[in-house]
Design a protein around this ligand. Structure first.
Ligand code: SAM
Length: 372
C-alpha cells in the first residue's frame, strides 16, 4: 500500500510537470506582458499587506512609525503592538517566515487541504493566522498560491528521496532545507515512503533571528509535551546562517553533514532575497557538497520582476535582490544539471486560481537539478 502511495505521489509530481490543457479555466487569461503587469500588481498588493497591518492602518504608515510587523506568539509573552512584538525578528524579510507559516496553517484547515501541517498555526501565532484568515474570502488570497508551492515541493522532495533509496537502500539520505523559515516539513513529511523516517538527517537553515525564534518556540512546545515526533529524518540539525554574509561549510560538517551521502536540498522562497554574490556562493558550495545523485529543488523569480520591484512601495518586493530569466543556464554553469524548470499553477492540484492564470509564466520558476 505504501509503495502504491509512493508511486501515486511520484505520478502526481510527474503530472505536476505537465502543462495545463488548453481548455483548462486556468489558461483563460491575458497573455505576455499583460500577464506580467497583472502578476506584478498583485504581488505588490499582497506584499503591502504582508504583515496584515493595513488594518487598522495602511502598511506604509505602519512602517513609517518604525514598527515592525508583529509576530504574535503569545507563548513568548510579548504584547501586541509593541516593538517587542517583533520577537527579535530583524525585518520584513525575516517576517515572511511567519506569514508563510500562517498560510500553511490556513491551508491545513481546509476540507480539501493539500497537506496537514501540525505546527504551522503554533509557529505563526494566533493573531497572524486570524489576520490572514480574513483574506481568504478574497479571490486573490496569496496563500492559495503558496500552498500549491508547498505541495509541489513536498511531492518533489519525497519523489527525490524515494529515487535515492531505490538506487541505494543503504544510503543515509540527507535533507537540507535552507531558508526554511517556520516550515515544519521535518514533522510533516513523509506521507508516502515505507521507511519512516526516510532520511538520516534534516538540516534546517535560516537567518539567526528566524532560527532563534523557531527554536525558542519549539522548545516551549516540547517542554509542554506538544512537539510531535520527527517524521522526515531521524535527526534534526539547525544552522543559524545568513547566506549573504556567513560561510557555513565548516559548520555543517561539524554538525554531521556527510559529503559522501546523497542530499536533497530544498530552497523554497529563499533565493530572491539573496545578493548575486550570495546566490553564486550558495549554489557553488551546495554543488561542492553534493554527492553524485544529489538533487536541488528551488524556486525563483525573473530578473525583470526584480528590476521592477526596485521602485515598489512594498518593503518585501524592494528586498528582492536576485532573479534570473534563464535559471537553467545559470545552474548548469554552476555545477548542476537542470532536469526540469516548471510553472506551477493551482490547476496542477485541482485548485483554480481565477485571477492568476498564467501569472507565473516567465515570472516564477520551479526547478529541479541534479549533481552528477
Ligand atoms: C518567503 S520565506 C520562506 C520560508 C519557508 N521556506 C517557507 O516556505 O515557509 C523566506 C525565508 O528566507 C529567509 N532568508 C532570506 N534571506 C536570507 C539570508 N540572507 N540568509 C538566510 N535566510 C534568508 C527568510 O528569513 C525567510 O525565512
Amino acid at each position: 500500500m505504501k509503495r502504491e502511495q509512493a508511486r501515486l505521489a511520484r505520478q502526481a509530481a510527474t503530472d505536476a510537470q505537465k502543462p495545463l490543457p488548453n481548455d483548462h479555466p486556468g489558461r483563460q487569461a491575458a497573455s505576455g506582458s499583460e500577464q506580467e503587469d497583472f502578476y506584478y500588481r498583485e504581488l505588490e498588493e499582497e506584499s503591502n499587506d504582508v504583515c496584515g497591518c493595513n488594518e487598522p492602518e495602511p502598511a506604509k504608515s505602519f512602517w513609517a512609525k518604525g514598527w515592525h510587523p508583529r509576530v504574535d506568539n503569545s507563548a513568548l509573552g510579548f504584547e501586541e503592538n509593541s516593538k517587542e512584538g517583533l520577537n527579535g525578528l530583524q525585518d520584513v524579510v525575516s517576517y515572511t517566515a511567519v506569514s508563510f507559516a500562517a498560510y500553511r496553517a490556513i491551508e491545513s484547515e481546509r476540507p480539501d487541504a493539500l497537506f496537514q501541517d501540525p505546527l504551522a498555526a503554533y509557529l505563526a501565532g494566533d493573531r497572524v493566522v486570524s489576520r490572514q484568515k480574513a483574506e481568504v474570502a478574497n479571490k486573490d488570497y496569496p496563500g492559495a498560491r503558496f500552498a500549491v508551492r508547498t505541495k509541489y515541493f513536498d511531492l518533489a522532495m519525497m519523489s527525490a528521496i524515494e529515487e535515492m533509496k531505490a538506487q541505494n537502500s543503504q544510503a543515509k539520505v540527507q535533507v537540507v532545507l535552507f531558508g526554511c523559515g517556520m516550515d515544519a516539513r521535518s514533522w510533516r513529511l513523509p506521507a508516502t515512503l515505507e521507511t519512516v523516517p526516510p532520511a538520516d538527517k534534516v538540516f534546517e537553515g535560516d537567518r539567526p533571528d528566524v532560527m532563534g525564534l523557531k527554536e525558542q518556540l519549539l522548545s516551549i512546545r516540547e517542554e509542554a509535551g506538544g512537539l510531535p515526533p520527527l517524521t522526515l529524518a531521524k535527526q534534526r540539525v539547525v544552522l543559524a546562517v545568513d547566506f549573504n554574509t556567513d560561510t557555513w561549510k565548516e559548520l555543517i560538517l561539524q554538525k554531521g553533514f556527510r559529503k559522501s551521502e546523497p542530499t536533497v536540498w530544498l530552497f523554497e522562497g529563499l533565493i530572491m532575497y539573496l545578493t548575486p554574490a550570495g546566490v553564486t556562493s550558495l549554489v557553488e558550495t551546495v554543488a561542492e557538497f553534493s554527492a553524485p545523485g544529489s538533487v536541488l529543488l528551488i524556486d525563483g523569480i525573473s530578473a525583470s520582476a526584480v528590476d521592477r520591484a526596485k521602485s515598489s512601495p512594498s518593503p518585501v518586493l524592494r528586498s528582492w535582490t536576485w532573479g534570473s530569466n534563464d535559471p537553467e543556464t545559470f545552474f548548469n554553469a554552476h555545477g548542476w544539471r537542470v532536469t526540469t524548470v516548471d510553472d506551477v499553477t493551482g490547476g496542477m492540484f485541482g485548485r483554480v486560481l481565477p485571477s492568476w492564470p498564467g501569472r507565473e509564466r516567465n515570472l516564477t520558476w520551479y526547478m529541479t537539478a541534479k549533481r552528477e
